[in-house]
Design a protein around this ligand. Structure first.
Ligand SMILES: Cc1ncc(COP(=O)(O)O)c(C=O)c1O
Length: 383
């Protein structure tokens, strides 16, 4: 929901652009802090949105950083996240990336394979360092989300499978420059109910106990991210129910007193704070359908084209209650460049401003210059 003042500001701004509601971001951060028990360590997943201005606010609120590339680690350090609050996951970390993270003494590598353990050990040895690692485990828990953003099933490329545990333990005993400090899990993204998180807890308990029986009482248990947001009704649920989310872990995760819990949330931090604002270039009446052709396309927001993601679309120039159905599309030379089919909008004409809501996560970070388009700009509610 936008105020008239905001809409007037948009009218004088070249489109398309991401608009970030800083007040909502700050309120969201406060809610996370309120809902999470003091002893929980919460890391923000930069992959959701690494815009420096937003990162600055998240850092100032006292959160850690979860990174999935060397450049994300670099961005986190540049912004001022403390290196001992930076974790680094990713199924294919390059030597350059590992060396950079080692050089900067990050808190922990979330390691995804035995091959990677060996490489990290070698590189740490060269730097005369001990690398702290957590094993990213594939728990085979169904996140019940889109198949492109589910990560914790046997068929997915992520993590170490339970049948490899004995081999991993034997290997770790031989590696002199690795210190095993934890277990890491991340089952997927945009998880819309709490049941997968409960199932994750139950599985973590089993796996944690297995390691304890083998003599490894590991101090850090990282349960990843994945908490979904309400794309259908962003104004009704602009801040996720973090209390219920953390309650699941309080209730079902059985940890030893010396063990601490870590989270890596991305979308739930930032998703509702951002909207993609664009203008209608043309209305084109097809045989069966009316097209509203925007100046924003899949190069600005790829989620609908990439995984058929739904975003609420609003004509904010005309809010009359009578609506017409439009296929809302972009200007890119690809048929998949479509934000929504048969979208009900108030009668729409050239020049109207269109808001594509809940675009704060996995929006700007995935923008590209395909078709030699300009990289999407960002505008903030407070400068
Ligand atoms: C390893 C890892 N941690 C955390 C996240 C953040 O997930 P989300 O934005 O769904 O909270 C992701 C994203 O998929 C991830 O791959």
């Amino acid at each position: 929901m936008f105020s008239q003042e905001q809409i007037n500001k948009f009218k004088n701004t070249p489109t398309p652009f991401y608009y970030y509601d800083i007040d909502l971001l700050k309120r969201t951060l406060i809610e996370i802090k309120k809902a999470a028990p003091k002893e929980y360590s919460i890391h923000y997943a930069l992959k959701a949105n690494s815009n420096p201005k937003l990162l600055q606010i998240i850092k100032e609120a006292g959160f850690g950083a979860d990174c999935v590339s060397g450049n994300e680690v670099k961005r986190a350090i540049e912004i001022g996240f403390q290196s001992n609050h930076i974790v680094f996951a990713g199924v294919g970390k390059s030597d350059v990336e590992i060396n950079y993270a080692l050089n900067n003494n990050i808190f922990c590598f979330n390691v995804e394979s035995t091959a990677e353990l060996i490489v990290i050990d070698e590189l740490a040895k060269t730097q005369n360092k001990i690398a702290k690692v957590a094993l990213r485990i594939n728990p085979n828990v169904d996140a019940h989300t889109h198949k492109y953003i589910t990560t914790g099933l046997e068929e997915n490329k992520f993590g170490i499978n339970p049948y490899e545990f004995d081999t991993v333990i034997d290997l770790i005993k031989k590696l002199s420059h690795i210190q095993l400090i934890g277990l890491h899990f991340h089952i997927g993204s945009q998880i819309g109910t709490l049941t997968p998180f409960k199932n994750l807890c139950l599985r973590v308990n089993e796996i944690n106990n297995w390691f304890i029986e083998k003599g490894y009482l590991l101090p850090h248990i990282n349960v990843g991210g994945g908490l979904g947001i309400n794309y259908h009704e962003p104004d009704k649920e602009s801040i996720v129910d973090f209390e219920s989310f953390f309650n699941v872990f309080k209730q079902f995760l059985e940890l030893k007193p010396s063990q601490s819990v870590h989270f890596e949330l991305g979308r739930a931090f930032i998703g509702q704070c951002g909207s993609l604002i664009s203008r209608v270039l043309y209305i084109k009446n097809g045989i069966n359908t009316n097209f509203a052709i925007l100046d924003a396309g899949m190069t600005d927001l790829i989620r609908p084209a990439l995984y058929q993601a739904y975003h609420k679309i609003e004509n904010i120039s005309n809010t009359a209650s009578q609506t017409i159905k439009y296929d809302v599309v972009g200007p890119i030379c690809e048929s998949s460049d479509c934000f929504g089919k048969a979208v009900s909008l108030s009668e729409t004409k050239r020049g109207d401003l269109i808001a594509i809501r809940s675009a704060g996560a996995y929006g700007e970070v995935m923008s590209s210059s395909y078709n030699l388009r300009d990289i999407t700009k960002s505008v903030f509610s407070v400068d």
